[in-house]
Design a protein around this ligand. Structure first.
Ligand SMILES: [Zn+2]
Ligand SMILES: [Zn+2]
Length: 75
């Protein structure tokens, strides 16, 4: 299940074709919430993934339901 929105305002080229994509994957105890900003014009791409099995983060303290780049929540 993916939720993609065109939000525009690419920081690199100013394009209106910047998309924000949210993806959720869950299986048993594993949960992965991933966010991606991608510009369709210049290819500029930013990604962040929050995983319950990532030992470098405290999953419960991460704001996984908001995009780390634009702050929106999944539709
Ligand atoms: Zn761009
Ligand atoms: Zn975003």
């Amino acid at each position: 299940m993916a939720d993609i929105q065109t939000i525009g305002g690419c920081q690199k080229c100013g394009s209106a074709s910047l998309t924000c994509k949210y993806n959720f994957f869950g299986e048993g105890e594993l949960q992965i919430h991933s966010w991606e900003h991608k510009c369709l014009d210049c290819g500029n791409r930013l990604t962040t993934a929050y995983r319950t099995d990532d030992e470098d983060i405290v999953f419960a303290e991460e704001d996984v339901d908001h995009c780390p780049y634009c702050g929106r929540s999944p539709a």
